[in-house]
Design a protein around this ligand. Structure first.
Ligand code: 6PG
Length: 222
């Protein structure tokens, strides 16, 4: 069995988790701004990150120097409740973070690759089926999205909205900080199963633990 590389950070409450994760992200972004004048942040959608976005939106940072985008997107209108862009616009790009520069994934071109090259921070989520980003178990595009050379792929989710766009594993692994945010015992069980899985096919999150750099840092609370 291929070994899994990760660092698990367990918190006694979801609130403490969100505080620590927000601190980690802001520290990394500040450092990047200091070093190169701007910082890049790639975020996941779903329900888990809402409180994190709210917390981040109030943190002091020169947000006008932060480029924000998504790890993956559901191919729906930006007005749809299912849109990850809408989630970020409504929950993060408010308060202090209003001045951040947001780039959506619905109109991707090669400029994106330059703007987000070697991202400073990537925040992943994970589904109960072991998917992360839009890398879905047994999807016909899974192999390409995980091991292909392009910077993004179109994939298919097992549930609606099925059409997805995802940044590739190759692109995400250029990140300086690779963070996974999971909450609830059920997700921890799935995560542990993934670490012990023989192949990535049934647990795509495992593909983000095959390398030691960047090391996957898991932020977890029950
Ligand atoms: C998406 C995601 C996806 C998400 C997980 C976890 O658009 O669906 O980016 O990878 O992170 O599905 O979602 P929950 O937080 O809702 O469990």
């Amino acid at each position: 069995m291929e070994s899994s590389h990760f660092k698990l950070l367990e918190f006694t409450s979801r609130e403490l988790l969100v505080d620590a994760l927000a601190h980690k992200i802001v520290t990394a972004l500040s450092l990047a701004i200091e070093q190169k004048g701007f910082a890049t942040l790639l975020l996941s959608g779903g329900s888990t990150p809402k409180k994190l976005f709210a917390k981040l939106s109030n943190r002091a940072l020169s947000w006008e120097n932060v480029r924000v985008s998504l790890v993956d997107e559901r191919c729906v209108s930006v007005q749809s409740e299912a849109s990850n862009e809408r989630l970020v616009r409504e929950n993060l790009l408010i308060n202090a973070a209003k001045s951040a520069q947001f780039y959506g994934l619905m109109e991707l071109n090669s400029a994106f690759e330059d703007l987000f090259e070697s991202p400073d921070v990537v925040v992943l989520g994970m589904g109960l089926d072991g998917h992360t980003a839009s890398f879905f178990p047994e999807d016909s595009e899974l192999g390409s999205a995980l091991y292909g050379e392009e910077f993004f792929y179109k994939t298919t989710a097992p549930t609606e909205p099925r059409e997805r766009i995802t940044l590739s594993r190759r692109f995400l692994l250029q990140s300086q900080n690779l963070l996974l945010h999971i909450e609830g015992e059920e997700k921890k069980t799935v995560f542990i199963k993934a670490t012990n899985a023989q192949t990535v096919e049934h647990y795509p999150i495992k593909a983000m633990m095959q390398q030691t750099t960047p090391l996957l840092e898991v932020y977890y609370a029950d």
